[in-house]
Design a protein around this ligand. Structure first.
Ligand code: KIV
Length: 271
């Protein structure tokens, strides 16, 4: 549970204060009202409405198919369930790259139609113009570097990024550029812990790691993975806190048995 549970509402400024005070930032994904409410009431600092919804909610192999309308549906459901955490919504693939006007329109729709507090985008120098334009409308932007799943067909695999010097150098330059442009935080995904620590020390804004070691200013996991709803996904960086898939399966088996054996409903469970 967060040591700062007494804070009424987490803002981008709170996260900056956390970094300055050496308080780690906790972040998890959520995609619906009920789960968002549970996660929020447990004291999480940031809820990310990740485009990982494409995988864990819709069953797609990658994050590429999810649309802006679908992200807005998930985002608005989450916002209705949250009273304390900062809610960040991913801009999906195809709605911000290459055209900063499109990026601005997408970000405005996310803010207006979800009631979200910030957007997240993947990439560095390539999307800098889009980041600038979104920021110019007063919309806070979170960056995302390292393994950026929207570029999976460029990378070819989900293995650790920036192990070689040239890619590590580019990542550091991109992180500094995103900070200079005005991002309030940056997610660092699946990069060597040493590099993530170095980036975190160089930047004034917070870094939030996933598979990037303990030297970042915060940590993020996909809630379905850490709760054990997804069972097949077992990367080294993932810590499972529950085996919810087994728990749900056992409860459903019990229900099926009870219905079949006429054990449910009983006299107290009817009118
Ligand atoms: O979409 C997502 O869930 C993410 C996290 C893995 C950081 O971007």
């Amino acid at each position: 549970m967060s040591v700062h549970k007494e804070i009424k509402r987490i803002t981008t400024h709170t996260l900056q204060e956390f970094k300055e005070e050496g308080i780690k930032i906790s972040m998890l994904t959520a995609y619906d009202f009920s789960m968002a409410g549970i996660i929020d009431s447990a004291g999480i600092d940031v809820i990310l409405v990740g485009d990982s919804a494409s995988n864990v909610m819709a069953g797609h192999e990658t994050t590429l198919p999810i649309t802006l309308d679908q992200m807005i549906y998930h985002g608005s459901s989450v916002v209705r369930g949250v009273s304390r955490a900062l809610v960040v919504v991913d801009l999906p693939f195809g709605y911000y790259q290459g055209n900063s006007r499109v990026a601005l329109d997408s970000a405005i729709r996310i803010m207006k139609e979800c009631g979200a507090h910030a957007v997240k985008v993947e990439g560095g120098s390539e999307i800098c113009e889009s980041v600038q334009r979104i920021l110019s409308a007063g919309i806070p932007v979170m960056g995302h570097l390292g393994l950026t799943p929207q570029s999976i067909y460029k990378f070819g695999t989900y293995t650790v990024r920036a192990k070689e010097e040239a890619e590590a150098k580019k990542l550091m330059e991109d992180a500094l550029l995103l900070e200079k442009t005005g991002c309030f935080a940056i997610v660092l995904e699946k990069i060597p812990a040493k590099l993530a620590t170095l980036v975190s020390k160089k930047l004034h804004i917070p870094t939030i790691g996933i598979g990037a070691g303990g030297g970042t200013d915060g940590q993020v996991l996909v809630s379905h993975d850490m709760l054990g709803i997804t069972k097949e996904f077992k990367p080294r960086f993932l810590r499972r806190y529950l085996n919810l898939a087994d728990e749900i399966q056992n409860a459903v088996k019990q229900y099926v048995d009870d219905v079949k054996s006429n054990n449910f409903p009983n006299k107290e469970e009817q009118y």
